[in-house]
Design a protein around this ligand. Structure first.
Ligand SMILES: [Zn+2]
Length: 256
C-alpha cells in the first residue's frame, strides 16, 4: 500500500479543503481494498450521494470517508447532529473510514475503520448552534467521539504511517461482526459494558471487578434500575460471541 497521495491531475486552483478532499478520496479509490470482504478495490460513488462515499462492488458494503490533517485525535467534526442521530437509530449508517494525513507531504498517517454497527447515539456530541450572525444561523453540527468506540470496533488499517497486514484487518473485521446488534438500546448496553471490560487491566476478572463500573453505567442509563443483571447479561452475550470465557473459578477470562 503506497501511503503517499499523488497530486497529478489535481487542479492547483482548488481551495485547500477541496484539494485535500480530492487527494484523500483519490488515494482511497486507488489503494484501499474492501475491509469487509477483501475485494481489491472499493469504488467512489460518482455523484455526491448524501449517505456514503465509497462502495464495494463485490459485497455491496458502503463506506464514508472522514479525513483530517495532523492527528486523528479524540473527535472528528461531522455534519448535522439530527441527521446523524437519525441515521444511527434507523441503521442507515455506512461503515466509517477515519483518516489522518501529514499536511505538508500528504502522506497517510492513520486510517481506521469503525463498522456501522458500532455507532450508538452516545458517540455523537452535539455542537453549539451556529451564531445568529452566521449564514446558517442556528444550525447544529456534531462531533464523532472516536475515543468512546471500544477497541473491537476501532480497526486500524494504517497506524502511524505503517499499513497493517490485510489478513489481520480482515480477521478483526470479521470478529467485530459477531457483535452486530440492530437494536440500538441493546447495542448501547453491550458497548458500554465492553468498554468497562476493556478498561480492566487483568486478563481474568471477577464480577466485583466489573461491578465497580456500576455508577458509571447507571449514569449512562438513568432509566434502568437493574444495572447489575444488565451487566451480567452483556457478559453472557460476550461469552456466547467468543470474547469471554467463564473459568472454573467463576471468573471471566478475556479471549482477546
Ligand atoms: Zn467488499
Amino acid at each position: 500500500m503506497d501511503l503517499q497521495m499523488h497530486f497529478d491531475g489535481i487542479d492547483v486552483y482548488h481551495s485547500e479543503t477541496q484539494r485535500a478532499r480530492l487527494l484523500t478520496e483519490t488515494w482511497v479509490g486507488e489503494n484501499l481494498y474492501c475491509p469487509r470482504c477483501g475485494n481489491e478495490k472499493i469504488l467512489h460513488f460518482q455523484n455526491n450521494r448524501p449517505v456514503a462515499d465509497f462502495y464495494c462492488e463485490h459485497c455491496k458494503n458502503e463506506f464514508e470517508l472522514k479525513s483530517k490533517g495532523g492527528k486523528l485525535g479524540e473527535k472528528i467534526n461531522d455534519g448535522a447532529y439530527e441527521t446523524m442521530i437519525a441515521r444511527i437509530t434507523s441503521n442507515r449508517n455506512p461503515d466509517f473510514l477515519f483518516m489522518s494525513y501529514q499536511k505538508q507531504s500528504m502522506v497517510v498517517k492513520d486510517l481506521v475503520i469503525v463498522p456501522k454497527h458500532f455507532f450508538v447515539p452516545s458517540m455523537i456530541e452535539k455542537r453549539k448552534p451556529l451564531s445568529a450572525s452566521a449564514r446558517r444561523a442556528g444550525w447544529v453540527g456534531c462531533n464523532i467521539l472516536l475515543h468512546t468506540v471500544p477497541q473491537q470496533g476501532f480497526i486500524k488499517i494504517v497506524e502511524n504511517g505503517c499499513a497493517i497486514d490485510k489478513g489481520i484487518v480482515l480477521s478483526q473485521m470479521s470478529r467485530s461482526s459477531n457483535l452486530e446488534l440492530s437494536n440500538i438500546e441493546a447495542r448501547g448496553w453491550l458497548f458500554d459494558v465492553l468498554q468497562c471490560v476493556n478498561q480492566i487491566q487483568m486478563q481474568e476478572f471477577t464480577l466485583d471487578d466489573i461491578y465497580r463500573f456500576e455508577a458509571i453505567l447507571s449514569a449512562k442509563h438513568p432509566n434502568n434500575h437493574n444495572v447489575k443483571p444488565k451487566i451480567r447479561q452483556q457478559l453472557q452475550y460476550l461469552r456466547d460471541k467468543g470474547f469471554l470465557q467463564f473459568t472454573q473459578r467463576g471468573e471471566y477470562k478475556k479471549l482477546y
